[in-house]
Write a protein that binds this ligand. Structure first.
Ligand SMILES: O=C(O)CCC(=O)C(=O)O
Ligand SMILES: [Fe+2]
Length: 332
């Protein structure tokens, strides 16, 4: 069959205006969704150009079934969130994984999600049947990495110092009741290098705080510890400010170093994004995997869930360990 060539259609001025005003309207809705502002039913009617019949049925729904009262409009979801001064208020969310009957994709007819049966039972039929897997908002975890943090001679001295201190390293403990939560060794007292590291971290923290978009805070104490992860060592998923004595930790830093050539594998730092579950911030499925590269330092918010994957260090020599100086920037 011959390919059919069509003349390109010339878009009229009128169509052009309609397209522009549609884009403007969708942008406005997205703006409200992104800002998290609540809007009243009257404002919603204007914003989405909803007709009177729909608003009447929506108001009925609000009265009869205020829980889980939501409806879809294009790729947005409007959810009833509050009543104030006799007015209903709505939050708008952008839908992520929309599974939608294509015929309806352009329809502006809103659909009550609460009228749709169970998600699993839904089929794509002629009627408006929308999906909606339970939507979970994932909050990405930010981090900042700096390469070549110490000079070559500082790194060299630090390595020599660390290896000489092997007899003073102790097995780590953890506030979790599970004794298998963490396996590694630490040194609490190393003034020759903790002062150096804490001073550098104090100097750079204001920039990091800005970069990570962390709400500005007055920097107080900065803690530091030296750690060694050898064969089979790890640290399971945790955050660094979950117990009352750690609650003022805002920023975590981890400086990585080791003897070259590198004689271990694994030991990646995994930082999980967050999601809210039953009012608590928990680890989402999405994560960033950070290689513990020699002479790099990483910063991330202390509330983010993270873990250290198991280290394989065939020689089992202490000197071949994955070493860190890590710690926390507290608010005053
Ligand atoms: O060693 C690392 O990469 C992270 C260590 C850690 O999470 C901690 O000490 O709290
Ligand atoms: Fe940690």
């Amino acid at each position: 069959m011959k390919a059919q060539h069509r003349k390109p259609q010339i878009i009229s001025e009128d169509t052009h205006c309609q397209v522009n005003s549609l884009i403007q309207r969708l942008d406005n809705v997205k703006h409200i969704a992104d800002s998290g502002f609540w809007i009243s039913t009257t404002e919603l009617k204007l914003l989405l150009s909803l007709d009177e019949t729909f608003i009447n049925s929506l108001n009925k729904k609000v009265l009869s079934q205020p829980q889980n009262c939501k409806f879809s409009w294009r790729n947005f979801e409007c959810t009833l969130v509050d009543h104030q001064f006799g007015e209903s208020f709505w939050a708008i969310n952008t839908k992520q994984n929309l599974l939608i009957n294509n015929n309806d994709a352009l329809s502006q007819t809103p659909t009550y999600v609460s009228e749709i049966p169970d998600y699993k039972q839904s089929t794509l039929s002629d009627s408006i049947v929308l999906k909606i897997p339970p939507e979970v908002e994932v909050i990405p975890s930010p981090y900042a990495l700096i390469d070549d943090f110490l000079s070559a001679s500082q790194l060299n001295d630090l390595l020599r110092y660390t290896i000489n201190k092997q007899p003073d390293f102790l097995p780590t403990t953890n506030s979790a009741s599970d004794p298998n939560y963490r396996r590694s060794f630490y040194l609490a007292h190393f003034p020759e290098f903790s002062d150096l590291m804490v001073n550098l971290v104090r100097k750079i923290s204001p920039q990091i705080i800005k970069h990570l978009d962390i709400k500005d805070f007055a920097i107080g104490q900065i803690e530091s510890q030296m750690t060694a992860h050898n064969h089979g060592n790890y640290y399971k998923v945790h955050n660094d400010n979950g117990s009352p004595d750690c609650a003022s930790r805002i920023l975590t830093y981890v400086y990585y170093y080791y003897r070259e050539p590198k004689s271990f594998n694994g030991g990646e730092l995994v930082i999980y994004d967050s999601k809210i579950e039953n009012g608590y911030s928990v680890a989402a499925d999405s994560r960033k995997v950070i290689q513990p590269t020699n002479n790099t330092i990483i910063f991330f918010p202390s509330h983010c869930m993270h873990e250290v994957l198991p280290v394989s260090c065939p020689s089992e020599y202490f000197a071949d360990s994955r070493f860190t100086i890590n710690g926390w920037v507290r608010h005053v």
